[in-house]
Design a protein around this ligand. Structure first.
Ligand SMILES: O=P(O)(O)OC[C@H]1O[C@H](O[C@H]2O[C@H](CO)[C@@H](O)[C@H](O)[C@H]2O)[C@H](O)[C@@H](O)[C@@H]1O
Length: 356
């Protein structure tokens, strides 16, 4: 069970109880002010979560890792191996593609400014967008991800879906050039606050070697990929001390990154709903959304698809992870293979129907 300690932090209730219990040795109990206990617990919970974002602990027990891995893959089979079944499930429905960026279209690298997408991946996504409506859904700032992807025919949902923009180039899915281009920013009022917090985080974390703060417009990322693990606690405390002042902001986590964002009820799952609605599939039963992503924030979209009972989620991961996705792919190269197969299948089915 989880309990709220402060507005924007969640720790397990049993840990709170444990921390308040006096120790077994009589007389050895030094009362710790409740606020300090909670602060320590919060930081410990953050640290556990930060460690869990680097799933290498399974490597230390190879046989256990092997068993776990085999049962996980049975529950989340490769989308490449299951390609025919996926196509069969989509029969008679309009496939709509949702693609996360980092770790899905581009490999994870140390420097977030150099997470380039390969030319072959760009070519594949361009072809994909001629076959199916396609959106990029990312934690990144929308402009920044656009500079990486550079395809004007796509929909882009930046800042974890808090900044959505429709295609600037016409395609067969947005032929109506007279209609207003989609632009949706549900957290617009938070812009000055996010700028302020970004500046404070830059200042606060500059003493931690390797820490890096990225302004993603409606949210901020604090990267710890290049921070020595011994310094993670220090970094968590620095971030905590800034976040303490902002009750309208909350923390979530991605791959070696702490993400600070508005408390509004908006996430990648809501963005998926919004985009389907914008595309005219609001209450359609004949739509088949496919969402591919690698990160914790993508789980909101996987869950949304499960709740809608439509389409499917594909998790990109080499390691077993708790997920709402139905299928898996190991890395961006496999994502590219899967997208290419979709394009080939679509072309073949169009050819076949033109011969009828
Ligand atoms: O939703 P996404 O497109 O997956 O964006 C999530 C975060 O991605 C980026 O960080 C991640 O990729 C970096 C480059 O490979 C890597 O260095 C970092 O450790 C990863 O967390 C991006 O820089 C963040 O701002 C996004 O929030």
């Amino acid at each position: 069970m989880l309990t709220m300690t402060q507005q924007n932090v969640v720790v397990p209730a049993e840990e709170t109880k444990r921390a308040q219990k006096p120790p077994a040795i009589p007389g050895a109990y030094i009362p710790i002010p409740r606020r300090t206990v909670l602060k320590t617990l919060e930081i410990n919970a953050w640290l556990d979560s930060m460690r869990a974002s680097s799933p290498t602990h399974l490597k230390s027990t190879p046989s256990l890792a092997q068993d776990h891995s085999s049962s996980w893959i049975l529950n989340h089979p490769s989308a490449l191996d299951m390609f025919q079944q996926i196509i069969h499930a989509s029969k008679g429905k309009q496939i709509v593609m949702f693609l996360d960026y980092d770790g899905t279209l581009s490999p994870i690298v140390d420097d977030p400014d150099r997470a380039f997408m390969s030319d072959s991946m760009r070519k594949t996504v361009r072809k994909l967008a001629t076959c199916f409506p396609t959106a990029i859904v990312t934690g990144r700032c929308r402009d920044k991800v656009y500079n990486f992807v550079r395809l004007a025919e796509l929909y882009y949902a930046g800042s974890h879906g808090m900044d959505i923009k429709g295609p600037t180039k016409t395609s067969k899915y947005n032929k109506d050039t007279k209609s207003e281009a989609v632009l949706f920013q549900p957290a617009a009022e938070f812009l000055p606050l996010i700028d302020e917090v970004y500046q404070q985080l830059v200042e606060k974390t500059k003493s931690t070697p390797g820490a890096r703060v990225e302004n993603n417009k409606f949210c901020v990322s604090v990267h710890f990929r290049c921070v020595d693990e011994k310094k993670w606690s220090e970094l968590a405390q620095q971030v905590r001390s800034v976040l303490n002042k902002y009750r309208k902001l909350r923390l979530s986590q991605g791959r070696k990154v702490l993400e600070i964002r508005p408390t509004i009820k908006w996430d990648k799952g809501k963005a998926l709903d919004f985009l389907l609605e914008s595309l005219g599939f609001a209450d359609c039963s004949d739509v088949f959304p496919v969402y591919i992503g690698d990160d914790r924030t993508d789980e909101d979209a996987f869950k949304k698809l499960r709740d809608r009972g439509q389409g499917l989620g594909i998790l990109v991961s080499k390691f077993p992870k708790d997920t709402n996705a139905a299928y898996s792919l190991q890395e961006p190269n496999e994502v590219m293979d899967f997208l290419q197969r979709l394009v080939e299948w679509k072309k073949e089915s169009l050819q076949a129907s033109s011969l009828m």
